[in-house]
Design a protein around this ligand. Structure first.
Ligand SMILES: *[C@@H]1O[C@H](CO)[C@@H](O)[C@H](O)[C@H]1NC(C)=O
Ligand SMILES: *[C@@H]1O[C@H](CO)[C@@H](O)[C@H](O)[C@H]1NC(C)=O
Ligand SMILES: *[C@@H]1O[C@H](CO)[C@@H](O)[C@H](O)[C@H]1NC(C)=O
Ligand SMILES: *[C@@H]1O[C@H](CO)[C@@H](O)[C@H](O)[C@H]1NC(C)=O
Ligand SMILES: *[C@@H]1O[C@H](CO)[C@@H](O)[C@H](O)[C@H]1NC(C)=O
Ligand SMILES: *[C@@H]1O[C@H](CO)[C@@H](O)[C@H](O)[C@H]1NC(C)=O
Ligand SMILES: *[C@@H]1O[C@H](CO)[C@@H](O)[C@H](O)[C@H]1NC(C)=O
Ligand SMILES: *[C@@H]1O[C@H](CO)[C@@H](O)[C@H](O)[C@H]1NC(C)=O
Ligand SMILES: *[C@@H]1O[C@H](CO)[C@@H](O)[C@H](O)[C@H]1NC(C)=O
Length: 791
């Protein structure tokens, strides 16, 4: 391919033989360092002595042939990359070697151009060097003067070089070429002939100042000497240039760019030229500035919704949109809202774009204000909007868009405009609206969130009035609700009343469709009840007494059902003294009710009321010493069976009267039936007449006091209970009997559950009812006449 490589190396070999190899090394390598790419050639290794010779190419052992005992020849074929050749004697550590670089001769330099930099500057010539040679290559610019002058090149950027040469005052015509050279060859560019007149390029303009008003800017240059043409371009957005040209005269001080928009940042670029036919355009000079503000020209787009309000005056929430940049013509500093009521005017300035207004009837005017002034006012008459019975239909377009269609009004009263308002269910403050021309009856509402439920209305704006057709339950894409409602249960005698919480809007997955209540009985049989989405309570009847139930509520969207969670356990228990059928409970309940009613009546008579309240008052353990704990009281309790205790009341206010006493009768407590442990949920129910066994446990030994009003000297308002075991140390007049020190733990529960004093706090005398289990008719003896005597 490159046969001269072989010739060259042979020549070098002979040359080296004549001069002698370096003394230090055992050998020397004879070859070109730079060869043509892909060429084949010989390398010689000359040893200074005979030895066991080893030859390596890039550390790989290489086949070779011996010329004689000291000279080795290697034939290298198709060398395409830089390679290291090494020769050594087997027992000598010091090798000799060389790197051989394959490369290319230079390409012919292309695209030689020259520019004079400034009117009196040097000439800068640039050219392209073509391919990569891989070996050291030099380029020179030759300039033809009287005799050619050579100028060295500098690299400009990848594959390009340039060289500068000065011009003397007189010479204006030149011819130049580029010579490129390396060890593998050389190349000349074509000749370039020019005169300075053609290639002179003025230095780029210097702009000292840009002065802007709202619609125009003036650019002030530094020095326009000899400049005849000026070009200015400006852009408001990226890459949308407008270009203006100017003829420059020596008297020109500035250039004015007109028809700009207020409150915009403009980028200006300026370049110039020495004359229409002389030289080249300068580079662009870039500068930015902002035009001034003007008062906004456009009315705000505003709309309102009525807030539900209890008071007489109506409450409205008024919203408006920001003006867009070209409408605002400046930075909006505040909004001016004027509420014009009957003979009143209230002006408020605010930053946000909503306000609550409470007035009716009234008009509101809203305008936006920037540093230069105020926009025209939008006038809105705030009033409740009557509903139209029209049906608005909708079609899903995509996950964020819905197409609405509404009927065109039939009446002669022409609609001036339609307005569509919508907001996520329950979040009116996220109101959005759009206006639609009157000849249309369909519109897209966009920006909807998937898995969200929307409602809104099409507002028919007539010149004579405003009406609207509402729509609701619009969603683009739904999921099953991610949460279930939390139920709460009130157990009634034969039914349960279920109420449940609302699911937070962001967990609903769209528009709720309905709820399902699941009721699982102890036999794991599940019954379900479907409830419309707009209800949140339900009564389930026909429950079986004595059964345990699990209840949960799920919510549905059309996409599915919420997970099973918030299961609620409750028990529908019944009278523990099972022998008595329910029918018997009714007279008992009635009797208790009547008793309570009687007591309540009596308490309305002030003197009776006073006495009873005294009696209640004196028995409050926190206020007075506890007579039941007095020494004699304790003694009395040691006697089994019935006993009478005289509790002397120590209320000083009663000193003039005979001492008030409470007669207390004690019975052994009846052994209570054993019951299963009770879940916390069951104990949550405060009113559960049949749940009598709840607060008790089998091993509690406590005693109860039967109390009498001493004044009435009879056994009215007696409450009796029995105790299995009377080992009482402490008799609490508060109603709780602690059976011993070891029962302290149970004491707390009992405190809440026992309170037998006949002072009615509620008309139904809760404590009596809660004692239903032990209360029998024969232990309640009421003699109302005694009470009346006292009165
Ligand atoms: C070296 O030469 C031997 C014998 O001529 C040959 O068998 C071997 O393949 C050659 N090795 C190389 C790397 O050319
Ligand atoms: C080997 O050959 C070279 C060149 O032909 C010669 O200069 C040299 O003296 C020879 N060496 C021996 C030991 O013959
Ligand atoms: C030289 O080697 C290159 C790659 O190493 C190969 O593509 C090319 O064909 C070879 N040329 C010759 C003439 O063997
Ligand atoms: C040289 O200039 C010509 C014409 O101006 C252009 O087509 C070509 O791409 C340029 N060459 C290089 C290497 O830039
Ligand atoms: C000549 O002009 C080129 C391109 O404008 C520039 O990159 C280069 O630096 C200039 N050459 C010299 C020597 O200034
Ligand atoms: C070309 O380059 C070689 C070495 O790279 C050098 O000896 C020679 O003088 C150069 N020739 C020219 C005309 O520059
Ligand atoms: C390149 O130009 C120089 C000087 O003008 C000349 O000596 C040389 O022969 C030319 N070389 C080629 C390859 O044209
Ligand atoms: C004016 O309106 C503002 C805000 O709506 C309210 O706080 C203020 O009490 C009103 N003033 C009068 C005089 O109505
Ligand atoms: C306006 O009223 C709504 C609902 O009554 C309330 O949520 C909102 O915070 C109020 N906004 C202002 C700015 O007072």
């Amino acid at each position: 391919m490159f046969p001269e490589g072989n010739v060259w190396s042979t020549f070098m070999f002979l040359l080296l033989l004549a001069t002698g190899a370096p003394a230090e090394k055992i050998c020397s390598v004879l070859s070109n360092h730079e060869v043509h790419m892909g060429s084949s050639f010989h390398i010689y290794c000359i040893f200074k002595k005979e030895c066991n010779r080893l030859i390596y190419q890039d550390e790989v052992s290489l086949n070779y042939s011996s010329l004689n005992s000291t000279v080795v020849i290697m034939r290298i074929v198709n060398l395409t990359r830089t390679t290291t050749f090494t020769c050594k004697c087997r027992n000598e550590p010091e090798p000799c070697g060389t790197d051989i670089v394959p490369g290319y001769p230079p390409a012919v330099p292309q695209n030689l151009t020259c520019i004079q930099e400034g009117e009196f500057g040097k000439v800068n010539c640039t050219w392209k060097t073509g391919w990569e040679t891989h070996v050291k290559t030099t380029s020179h610019l030759w300039v033809q003067g009287a005799s050619p002058v050579r100028y060295g090149s500098v690299a400009v950027h990848d594959g390009a070089r340039s060289a500068l040469f000065p011009v003397s005052g007189t010479q204006s015509d030149f011819s130049v070429w580029v010579h490129a050279n390396n060890s593998l060859g050389s190349a000349n560019s074509t000749l370039l002939i020019f005169s300075l007149h053609e290639i002179v390029k003025p230095l780029s303009p210097k702009i000292t100042k840009v002065e802007c008003f709202s619609r125009q800017c003036q650019l002030y240059p530094d020095n326009t000497q000899n400049i005849q043409l000026v070009e200015i371009r400006y852009e408001e957005q990226q890459d949308s240039w407008n270009t203006v040209s100017f003829n420059n005269t020596p008297s020109t001080r500035n250039w004015t760019i007109t028809s700009l928009n207020p409150y915009h940042t403009y980028t200006f670029e300026v370049r110039w030229k020495l004359g229409p036919t002389r030289g080249l355009w300068s580079e662009w000079t870039r500068i930015k500035n902002k035009t001034d503000e003007e008062a906004p020209v456009t009315m705000l787009d505003a709309w309102y919704i009525e807030e539900p309000s209890q008071t007489g005056s109506k409450s409205f929430q008024l919203f408006w949109r920001d003006l867009d940049k070209s409408e605002a013509r400046g930075k909006i500093q505040q909004y001016i809202v004027t509420v014009i009521g009957k003979g009143t005017r209230n002006t408020t300035a605010l930053l946000g774009n909503k306000i609550n207004v409470s007035c009716f009837p009234c008009n509101v005017s809203i305008s936006a204000m920037n540093s230069k002034g105020q926009s025209p006012s939008r006038l809105i008459q705030l009033k409740p909007i009557a509903l139209l019975p029209y049906k608005v239909s909708h079609t899903r377009v995509n996950n964020h868009t819905v197409a609405l269609t509404w009927p065109t009004p039939g009446s002669a009263d022409a609609v001036t405009e339609f307005l569509i308002e919508w907001f996520p269910v329950g979040r009116k403050h996220s109101l959005q609206w759009t206006r639609v021309e009157r000849h249309l009856n369909t519109a897209y509402i966009t920006g909807l969130q998937p898995a969200e439920c929307y409602e809104g209305a099409v507002v028919y704006l007539h010149s004579s009035g405003t009406k609207k057709a509402i729509f609701n339950r619009i969603s683009t894409w739904q999921t099953a609700p991610q949460q279930s409602p939390v139920p709460s249960v009130v157990v009634k005698s034969e039914s349960v009343e279920v109420k449940w919480s609302e699911i937070p809007p962001n967990k609903r997955g769209g528009c709720l469709d309905h709820y399902t209540i699941y009721l699982k009985d102890s036999a794991n049989k599940i019954q379900n009840y479907s409830v419309p989405y707009n209800h949140r309570e339900f009564t389930i009847s026909g429950l079986m007494l004595g059964h345990k139930y699990t209840l949960w509520v799920s919510a549905w969207t059309t996409a599915g059902e919420s997970p099973v969670e918030h299961e609620h356990l409750f028990k529908h228990t019944r009278e523990t003294l099972d022998a008595k059928p329910l029918a018997q409970l009714i007279p008992v309940g009635s009797a208790v009710f009547l008793t309570c009613l009687c007591l309540l009546c009596l308490c309305q008579f002030s003197s009776v009321h006073r006495r009873i309240s005294r009696c209640c008052h004196c028995l409050m353990p926190s206020i007075v010493p506890d007579p039941a704990n007095s020494k004699w009281a304790k003694e009395c309790t040691r006697e089994k069976g019935e006993m009478k205790l005289q509790l002397h009341l120590s209320d000083s206010s009663m000193s003039e009267e005979e001492p008030n006493t409470v007669e207390v009768e004690e019975f052994p407590q009846e052994k209570l039936p054993e019951d299963e442990p009770v879940s916390t949920e069951e104990t949550l129910h405060p009113v559960n007449p049949q749940d009598e066994s709840t607060p008790y446990q089998h091993n509690i030994t406590s005693s109860y006091l039967k109390s009498f009003s001493n004044e009435s000297s009879s056994s009215d308002a007696t409450q009796a209970s029995r105790s299995t075991d009377i080992t009482v140390d402490y008799i609490s007049t508060h109603g709780v009997m602690s059976g011993g020190e070891d029962d302290d733990d149970d004491g707390d529960e009992e405190h809440e559950a026992f309170d037998f004093f006949p002072c009615p706090k509620s008309p139904f005398l809760e404590p009596l009812i809660s004692f239903g289990g032990k209360l029998t008719l024969d232990s309640v003896k009421i003699d109302c006449s005694d009470f009346l005597d006292c009165a």
